[in-house]
Design a protein around this ligand. Structure first.
Ligand SMILES: Cc1cc2nc3c(=O)[nH]c(=O)nc-3n(C[C@H](O)[C@H](O)[C@H](O)COP(=O)(O)OP(=O)(O)OC[C@H]3O[C@@H](n4cnc5c(N)ncnc54)[C@H](O)[C@@H]3O)c2cc1C
Length: 418
């Protein structure tokens, strides 16, 4: 499936499923109010029954997809249900058809308010960060309005409650099958390190073997679920949002001696060696970002027309693209050269891996910034991936040793050479 088709399917699943959720709920509350009115239940009894229904629906939603919880929708939707519950309790105190009408009014009012709040962007700063979520929630409420209105009209016209309820269950069932087949709902939120069985490398100070003042490190593989290992909050990052960053607290963590990596006191060597190879990974990572940004900008420039011609025909844009492509190729050559030296374990591979990390990550920052420039105003919008690439590139200059530290290292190695 192409990325475009996947996106379309995800969006249609999201909007369709929430519309169906809303429809189902809208019909349910009207039918329920009608049922309560016919039975002449008190407001308290009605409220209790609605509460039970709400809890069942919340549980279903919560269990249905971990993603819903992560997006915060498992909190907003129950809030809407609570308002509906209150409405039911109030209108069912008047056990006649007026109650149904009252409920329809309450349901529509609640829905309209929610649509207004969400589409108006009032909740952007809470959990509805992504614009699509506002439309998702709007779809839910429009479904609710349609369901409540349809069921209200059907009942007022004398149809038995089986008719609107059956229609809503059918719509809900079809959507549930559609959702079950959707790649979006099957996707799990990114687990944290401690939720997985992934081992962490932890460096710990060993008792000094020779001199008490000497710091000797040993490295241990610590299982993600070891008692005493607690993750901190998920840090909110500028970019690289697809990866989880969290602090870890280790309290009275006991690790068997068999989990030690290498010999006692090997920790520093292991740490330095892993940093040397990590720099190559970062260089390659940054190179990939730069390549992606260049390709996107190149294609965009060939399609975007201004003043009657593609912007790729303007020399100003061609110069930008030429510089970007030259830098990408230079970064590629240096990264490949550094990896070759690493494979051969050449004595100067440390200098080369630092140079590759430094150059590739600076190139990624420059090229992604230029890619945003090529796209003009659209480059600054989230509709295109280059702004994300620019944010992602920034951290490449920081992690695995900042680029200042790489320069320091290269400078030291250069001045040590004979
Ligand atoms: C998203 C993210 C993920 C990370 N993941 C990991 C991880 O998985 N594992 C891990 O170990 N770390 C990780 N880090 C930490 C990262 O490696 C450090 O943030 C980085 O090495 C810089 O250290 P610092 O933040 O303490 O900056 P500081 O050392 O406080 O530096 C601040 C500024 O001073 C400059 N500076 C510092 N010393 C010198 C000097 N001697 N000469 C010149 N300039 C200097 C720096 O270049 C920088 O500009 C992560 C960081 C981020 C943001």
């Amino acid at each position: 499936m192409t990325v475009q088709a996947l996106r379309l399917r995800t969006l249609s699943t999201l909007l369709g499923s929430y519309f169906a959720f809303g429809l189902y709920w809208g019909v349910w509350v009207v039918v329920f109010a009608d049922y309560l009115a016919a039975r002449g239940l008190t407001a308290g009894q009605a409220g209790l029954q609605l509460a039970a229904l709400s809890i069942a629906s919340i549980l279903t939603m919560t269990l249905l997809s971990p993603r819903l919880q992560r997006l915060g929708l498992a909190r907003t939707v129950p809030l809407g249900h609570l308002t509906m519950g209150l409405g039911t309790a109030i209108v069912s105190a008047a056990p006649d058809r007026l109650a149904v009408l009252g409920f329809v009014v309450v349901g529509i009012g609640n829905g309209l308010l929610d649509v207004f709040v969400n589409v108006g962007g009032q909740m952007v700063e809470t959990h509805h960060r992504r614009p699509v979520l506002q439309f998702v929630h709007a779809a839910y409420n429009i479904g609710g309005i349609a369901g409540a209105l349809g069921a209200g009209l059907a009942l007022a016209a004398g149809a038995p409650f089986r008719v609107p309820l059956g229609a809503a269950i059918l719509a809900f069932g079809v959507t549930a099958i559609w959702c079950a087949a959707s790649p979006w709902l099957r996707a799990q939120p990114a687990p944290t390190a401690t939720e997985t069985k992934v081992s962490l490398a932890v460096f710990a100070r060993s008792p000094a073997l020779v001199l008490p003042a000497l710091v000797i490190l040993s490295a241990f593989a610590v299982e993600g679920r070891t008692p005493g290992l607690t993750p901190g909050r998920h840090e909110r990052k500028m970019g690289m949002r697809g990866s989880v960053l969290t602090s870890l607290t280790l309290e009275e963590v006991r690790v068997p001696a068999g989990n030690r990596l290498g010999e006692e006191g090997d920790g520093f060597r292991i740490c330095v060696e892993s940093l040397n190879s990590a720099r190559l990974i970062t260089a390659a990572h940054a190179l990939g970002i730069a390549e992606g940004a260049l390709e996107y900008a190149r294609r965009y420039a060939m399609n975007r027309r201004q003043f009657g011609r593609p912007i790729a025909e303007f020399q100003g844009i061609q110069f930008l693209l030429a510089d970007m492509a030259t830098q990408v190729e230079a970064a590629r050559s240096l990264t490949y050269e550094a990896t070759r030296r690493y494979d051969r374990q050449d004595p100067d591979f440390v200098k080369f891996s630092a140079m590759a990390k430094l150059f590739s990550t600076d190139v990624a920052m420059q090229v992604t910034t230029d890619a945003v420039q090529v796209l003009g105003g659209y480059g600054y919008l989230k509709d295109h991936p280059v702004e994300r690439m620019m944010r992602d590139a920034k951290v490449e200059q920081i992690w695995d040793g900042t680029n200042q530290i790489q320069r320091l290292l290269i400078g030291r190695l250069l001045t040590k050479e004979g």
